[in-house]
Design a protein around this ligand. Structure first.
Ligand code: ADP
Ligand code: MG
Length: 222
């Protein structure tokens, strides 16, 4: 399968602390990869760098034949919006919006007409079993339901790569299983690449390979 992104020798320090000391990884179309490692080892930093939300100190990073680190800010932002879907650890749902509005927001930014927006939002909410909660206020949902809203929102723009930071961290095993099955389905149907930071061995097991991050370095395991 086609290579979606390739990072080589990424280095990132925060002051004296060297979070990433030469990390290389690749993600292919239709592939699901897990990133595991102890708390504080740099998993989220790596995800932010791959999503062009943070710059590495050095290294190379390319996707679809483009050298992403050489793009200017505006081009990086455009690429980010068209290429990536994000489920970030720190950014859950917008509390004072309905479930439907939460999933609709990215489509408003992308300039999609309202009829098409509502159609796609309904399709995504259905896929995460939240259609009946479309008009509920997001702050009235359980943690697991909010996580599913975040998943729907990340996918509504039809990204090529989904970057997910512990997307099942608040789900019970039943919902984790459902979300992973959904990820697998869309990954196959849309040739979507999915990178999932997780502590859950079940989630890693579900993926095609696991990248293990330790002491700022990474190793791939099948
Ligand atoms: P993980 O997601 O694996 O738990 P992080 O990538 O969030 O780890 O963080 C790795 C290390 O880098 C941690 O020690 C964290 O405190 C530090 N760190 C992360 N982001 C910053 C930042 N913006 N400024 C300073 N230190 C940071
Ligand atoms: Mg983290």
């Amino acid at each position: 399968m086609e290579s979606l992104l390739a990072a080589k020798d990424l280095v990132k320090s925060y002051g004296e602390y060297r979070a990433l000391r030469g990390v290389s990884l690749e993600l292919r179309a239709g592939q699901m990869a897990a990133v595991m490692g102890p708390s504080g080892c740099g998993k989220s930093s790596l995800l932010l760098i791959l999503g062009l939300l943070q710059s590495p100190d050095s290294g190379a990073y390319s996707a679809q034949g483009q050298d992403l680190l050489r793009l200017d800010h505006a081009r990086q932002a455009l690429f980010r919006r068209q290429f990536f879907g994000f489920i970030l650890q720190s950014c859950a749902v917008f509390s004072y919006s309905t479930v439907e509005e939460n999933v609709e927001f990215p489509l408003i930014y992308a300039g999609v007409p309202r009829r098409e927006r509502l159609r796609r939002v309904a399709e995504l909410l259905d896929s995460v079993n939240l259609l009946e909660k479309a008009h509920a206020w997001s702050n009235q949902l359980s943690g697991g339901e909010q996580q599913r809203v975040a998943i729907a929102r990340a996918l509504v723009n039809r990204p090529k790569v989904l970057l997910a930071d512990e997307p099942t961290g608040q789900l019970d095993s039943d919902n984790t299983e459902k979300v992973m099955a959904h990820f697998r389905k869309i990954s196959e149907e849309l040739s979507l690449g999915i990178l999932i930071v997780t502590h859950d061995p079940f989630v890693a097991e579900y993926c095609d390979l696991t990248y293990r991050l330790h002491d700022g370095r990474i190793a791939a395991e099948r």
